[in-house]
Write a protein that binds this ligand. Structure first.
Ligand SMILES: Nc1nc2c(c(=O)[nH]1)N=C([C@H](O)[C@H](O)COP(=O)(O)OP(=O)(O)OP(=O)(O)O)CN2
Ligand SMILES: [Zn+2]
Length: 141
């Protein structure tokens, strides 16, 4: 039987520091490309993340996904690795030369969450600041 399909979103906030720097480029090139965001000692953000899952409402539970499960997934996939961390130094994915732009942070979060939410994961939206917003739905070109 056909079921209504809904989205469900959980919002969380984490604080982290970072520096935009590509180790394969010279210091001059880094300074030219990233400007003030290449400042040697880095800077921080209070990131806001919105995680959206999408799926049919299960007839038995009345849920798209149990919010308690989504909360656990957000804790494991986002908060533990990123909250109060230096993204470039504390997170292996970024230690290996991935530049810690919010684009790449958003993809990192998507990849992490995929392990918990599987095909229900619909969108990850990251607010780096109130003005700078990034979203990802798993598209690859
Ligand atoms: N495409 C991207 N560009 C930039 C990113 C990024 O993640 N992706 N990040 C930065 C810096 O890290 C920084 O976070 C942005 O700083 P800033 O321009 O100061 O941010 P605001 O929009 O809040 O500043 P306002 O001056 O209030 O507009 C740079 N570029
Ligand atoms: Zn920044």
């Amino acid at each position: 039987m056909k079921q209504p399909v809904l989205t469900m979103t959980r919002r969380e906030t984490f604080s982290a520091s970072h520096r935009l720097h590509n180790p394969t480029l010279s210091d001059e090139e880094n300074a030219r490309i990233f400007g003030k965001c290449n400042s040697p000692n880095g800077h921080g953000h209070n990131y806001v993340v919105e995680v959206t899952v999408k799926g049919p409402v299960d007839e038995k539970t009345g849920m798209v996904m149990d919010l308690v499960e989504l909360k656990k997934a957000v804790e494991e996939a986002i908060m533990k690795p990123l909250d109060h961390k230096n993204i470039d130094k504390d997170v292996e994915y970024f230690r290996n030369g991935v530049v810690s732009t919010t684009e790449n942070v958003t993809v990192f979060i998507w990849n992490q969450l995929k392990n918990y939410t599987k095909e229900l994961l619909h969108e990850v939206k990251v607010f780096e600041t109130e003005k700078n917003i990034f979203s990802y739905r798993g598209d690859i070109l």
